[in-house]
Design a binder for this molecule. Structure first.
Ligand SMILES: NC(=O)c1ccc[n+]([C@@H]2O[C@H](COP(=O)([O-])OP(=O)(O)OC[C@H]3O[C@@H](n4cnc5c(N)ncnc54)[C@H](OP(=O)(O)O)[C@@H]3O)[C@@H](O)[C@H]2O)c1
Length: 195
C-alpha cells in the first residue's frame, strides 16, 4: 500500500488559512534555514515555481510521486495563470465543476473521490501520495490518511479554515514520529496513523 500523507502548513491554533483562504502571513517565516530545509527534505511537495527558485527543479522525487488536492486549493495556482503547479508529480484535482481540465497533466476527479484515492493507495510500488489540502478535501479523506506532516507557524489565527473541514467530532489517534524545531519558531511534526 502506498501512504497518503497530509502535509500542511497551519497556525498554532490549527488553521490552514484565514476565513477567505489566505495563508500568506506564514510566508514571513520562509527564512534561509527553513527554506534550506524545505529544499532538502520537502522538494517533492514544493510547487514547480518554488522548486525553480530554490534550484531543485530537477531533483528526483524521493517521497511522493502523486498529489491530490481540492479545486479551491488548485485555484490558488490557476489565479496566477499556472495550470500545472506540481509538474514533477501526477496531479489529481477533486472537482465537480471544473470541466474540462485546464491542463493535460492535471486529472479532474469528479466522481467517487474516495474510491479513486483508495485505488491510488493500492497501486503497486511507486512513492507516496501527497494530500495537499485544502480543508474540505482533507476532512473528506481523513479516514484514508496514513501520515500527517504538520508545519506549525508561530501565529494564532483565532478563526479560519480548520485542518479538517466539515467533520463532526470524532477522535482519531496518531503516534508522534518526529518533531523538528527551527530557529524562527516553526515546528514540523510527523505523525503516523494508529490503526
Ligand atoms: N496551509 C496550507 O498548507 C494549505 C495547503 C493547501 C490549501 N490551503 C488553503 O486551503 C484553501 C482551500 O481549502 P477549501 O477547504 O476551501 O477547499 P479544497 O478542499 O481545496 O477544495 C474544495 C473543493 O474540492 C472539490 N471537492 C471536494 N470534495 C469532492 C468530492 N468528493 N468529489 C469531487 N470534488 C470534490 C469541490 O470542488 P467543486 O466546487 O469544483 O466541485 C470543492 O469545492 C485555499 O484557499 C488555500 O489557501 C492551505
Amino acid at each position: 500500500m502506498r501512504k497518503l500523507t497530509y502535509l500542511i502548513a497551519c497556525s498554532i491554533d490549527g488553521f490552514i488559512a484565514d476565513p477567505a483562504g489566505d495563508a500568506t502571513s506564514m510566508f514571513a517565516f520562509l527564512d534561509e534555514e527553513f527554506l534550506g530545509h524545505l529544499a532538502k527534505e520537502h522538494a517533492d511537495t514544493l510547487p514547480t515555481q518554488a522548486r525553480r527558485a530554490l534550484g531543485v527543479d530537477d531533483v528526483p522525487n524521493t517521497r511522493f510521486d502523486t498529489i491530490v488536492q481540492g479545486r479551491a486549493s488548485y485555484e490558488t495556482a490557476l489565479k496566477e495563470g499556472v495550470t500545472s503547479p506540481y509538474a514533477h508529480l501526477r496531479q489529481y484535482v477533486a472537482s465537480r465543476t471544473l470541466v474540462p481540465s485546464p491542463d493535460p497533466d492535471v486529472e479532474i476527479v469528479a466522481d467517487d473521490l474516495l474510491g479513486r484515492v483508495r485505488a491510488l493507495k493500492a497501486e503497486d510500488g511507486g512513492l507516496g501520495i501527497y494530500l495537499c489540502g485544502g480543508s474540505r478535501i482533507a476532512g473528506e479523506l481523513l479516514d484514508e490518511i496514513d501520515e500527517l506532516v504538520i508545519k506549525t507557524y508561530p501565529q494564532v489565527y483565532g478563526t479560519g479554515m480548520p485542518m479538517f473541514g466539515g467533520t463532526g467530532f470524532a477522535v482519531t489517534d496518531f503516534a508522534l514520529e518526529s518533531v523538528r524545531a527551527f530557529g524562527n519558531g516553526v515546528l514540523i511534526r510527523t505523525y503516523n496513523r494508529k490503526r
